[in-house]
Design a protein around this ligand. Structure first.
Ligand SMILES: Nc1nc2c(ncn2[C@@H]2O[C@H](COP(=O)(O)OP(=O)(O)OP(=O)(O)O)[C@@H](O)[C@H]2O)c(=O)[nH]1
Length: 409
């Protein structure tokens, strides 16, 4: 084990929408046992559903929520400021960053190694320990099957410059730039699929350690105690980068083979690393065609109508999640999560309004976030759902959601 840095260590959790980052972070924070940890949570939409979920773990960790943009592009300064502040406080040994599901880990890692115009980088305040990518094995297995079977032009459309890129490209890039790849949701994947996905990950990034798990059940030591990040190795870990370097070194004749092999050494020449564009807030929309919107309402849903709507499949939907107020259980905060074509319905805790009505809390107990969202007479009971997808028909979805609400009096 490498010695601990005096600066707080940082573990970055990346991974495609719905892979299980928040589930894993909650599991890890629950293991804090008095250790001085903090978490910075970023969500892709204008509302930080993940941050609110992480705050429900009573671990003692400070949770900082970053909203209004993804940390790998439009929200970089906020991430930098939050990490610098947490480091300056001197009270934390380790900080976890949960990136949004569309974040590119390479862009995040570069914040720690590349100096800004003032000659500073996040590496001056903190020590990046691990870039971790969480993968939904079942979803990636499906993509591997499509890639294998996709021999026709229709399955392999050419992406012209400036056009949105397929989302699978983002998934693969997240794997290429990782020190540790967590293959999550193994309970949903067949054994053959697990083997195929593991082979794909090794092919893309032979250097990364791979862990298979369910529900993000990893021991915290794996993320905290061992420092794996190495700027040259991690940023140059992708098989294609190693191959290019080997070609440039004259090690590989045709740019194929050799450098992909486990244990292949990185070239000593400067690593070829793609530059990171910094083109503002609309980057994910422009690059991958992904858009998000937030649906809010102050009336309860009829459970069956909402279920029927969600299960009918909304064209273009990649991810939906958020808090629900259901007419059938008006005192319980519901949680809906749609990812990889599967919808999950959970109950979290009672609404604060229900607790006050039952005499179990008073208005003075309300946390600031709840106070800010309070509207009489129903208090914090509300709908707050984020929809993320490609070419979503937002007005049509909003109209269908409105129709699933209990009619206004
Ligand atoms: N069956 C199964 N479900 C899981 C597993 N891990 C997470 N889930 C569920 O998958 C859904 C997505 O999990 P999250 O932890 O919210 O995923 P995420 O990566 O944080 O999602 P985004 O922040 O939206 O990108 C939730 O409904 C989880 O309960 C798993 O290993 N198996």
């Amino acid at each position: 084990m490498e010695s601990k840095h005096e600066r707080p260590g940082v573990t970055i959790l990346s991974g495609f929408l719905g892979a299980g980052k928040t589930t894993m972070l909650r599991h890890v924070l629950a293991q804090a046992e008095g250790r001085r940890w903090a978490a910075v949570v970023n969500d892709v939409a204008a509302m930080n559903i993940d941050g609110a979920m992480v705050e429900t773990v009573n671990s003692g960790a400070e949770v900082v929520q970053l909203e209004n943009g993804c940390v790998c592009c439009s929200n970089r300064d906020d991430l930098g400021e939050s990490l610098a502040r947490l480091a300056a406080e001197g009270s934390f040994d380790h900080i976890f960053v949960e990136a949004s599901g569309v974040a590119e880990p390479r862009a995040l890692a570069q914040l720690f190694v590349q100096k800004n115009p003032f000659g500073r980088s996040l590496g001056d305040f903190t020590a990046l320990a691990n870039l971790v990518t969480v993968v939904d094995v079942a979803v990636l297995a499906e993509q591997v099957r499509d890639m294998r079977e996709g021999t026709s032009a229709a399955n392999n459309p050419a992406v012209m410059p400036g056009a949105p890129r397929p989302l699978v490209e983002l998934m693969l890039e997240q794997i290429e730039c990782a020190d540790l790849v967590v293959l999550n949701q193994c309970d949903r994947a067949a054994a053959d699929d697990r083997v195929a996905v593991s082979a794909l990950v090794t092919g893309l990034n032979a250097r990364a350690q791979i862990i298979e798990t369910e529900r993000g059940q990893v021991p915290s030591e794996v993320l905290v105690d061992r420092v794996r990040f190495d700027a040259m190795e991690t940023l140059g870990g992708a098989a294609w980068i190693k191959t290019l370097n080997a070609v440039a070194d004259g090690v590989v004749a045709n740019g194929v083979g050799g450098a992909n092999e486990p244990g292949a050494r990185a070239s000593s020449r400067p690593t070829v690393v793609r530059s990171v564009p910094t083109d503002g807030p609309a980057r994910h929309e422009a690059r991958f065609g992904l858009r998000s919107f937030v649906y809010q309402a102050r009336r309860p849903f009829r459970r069956d109508d909402l279920k029927a709507l969600v299960e009918s499949g909304l064209p273009g939907l990649v991810r939906a999640k958020g808090f629900l107020w259901l007419a059938e259980a008006p005192d319980e905060m519901g949680f809906l999560s749609v990812a990889g074509g599967i919808s999950r319905w959970d109950t979290l805790n009672p609404w604060w309004a229900a607790m006050i009505e039952a005499g179990r809390a008073t208005r003075d107990d309300l946390p600031p976030g709840v106070r800010a969202a309070w509207v009489e007479p129903k208090g914090d009971r509300r709908q707050e759902l984020v929809f993320i997808g490609v070419a979503l028909d937002e007005p049509a979805i909003r109209a269908k959601l409105d129709a699933a609400l209990v009619p206004a009096d």
